[in-house]
Write a protein that binds this ligand. Structure first.
Ligand SMILES: [Zn+2]
Length: 192
């Protein structure tokens, strides 16, 4: 049975590395995968998923207009088969797109592995993550740690002066800001 998996974490927990390893495992067995990442995340060049430990693979881009069911049907027809769909930056999916991904699993019978942040830099949930937490078959937490050694559930956005942001756009990526994962205690001291 195909299933919808949501791998969630704070920043720098190895989400992209885990995605690339999963894609490699399928490809090594002669299977076809489709990798998607958010269209506005061009930190590493358009259409790539890159991990901090130096691995990268080409990726297709999704924006808010992409229909995952139609796109995955097209890919399956053009490739001859489609064995797994992998999605990086899945927090940026719309609620409707997560619903489409449940159709990719339930109707097309293709497993979907989505990787994303649980919360943004002020501790609020993302639309994509909220829907995935509600509808995925399997929730898998990828853990990383705060500077104090506790598990880091939260993401803090630091500006060039090292001050934590308390407001701003949820989708801002790159620039001179720095994202740091922290435990709830240290997140609250800085942000709330
Ligand atoms: Zn801490």
């Amino acid at each position: 049975m195909a299933q919808l998996y949501f791998y969630y974490s704070a920043m720098n927990a190895g989400k992209s590395t885990a995605l690339l390893q999963s894609a490699y495992n399928y490809q090594e067995r002669g299977m076809q995968v489709a990798i998607f990442t958010a269209a506005f995340d061009d930190r590493f060049g358009i259409g790539k998923v890159s991990s901090r430990i130096g691995l990268s693979m080409d990726a297709l881009l999704f924006d808010e207009d992409l229909d995952f069911v139609a796109r995955c049907e097209d890919l399956r027809d053009s490739l001859g088969r489609l064995d797994c769909v992998l999605i990086d930056e899945a927090q940026f999916l719309s609620k409707n797109q997560v619903r489409q991904l449940t159709d990719v699993v339930d109707k097309l019978r293709i497993p979907v592995l989505a990787f994303g942040l649980r919360t943004d830099f002020i501790g609020e949930t993302f639309a994509g993550s909220q829907a995935l937490l509600a509808w995925a078959d399997k929730l898998i937490e990828l853990k990383t740690i705060c500077h104090c050694g506790r598990k880091a559930n939260f993401v803090v956005r630091l500006d060039a002066d090292g001050k934590a942001a308390r407001a701003g756009s949820q989708v801002e990526i790159g620039g001179n800001d720095r994202y740091v994962s922290m435990c709830r205690l240290h997140f609250k001291e800085l942000v709330w």
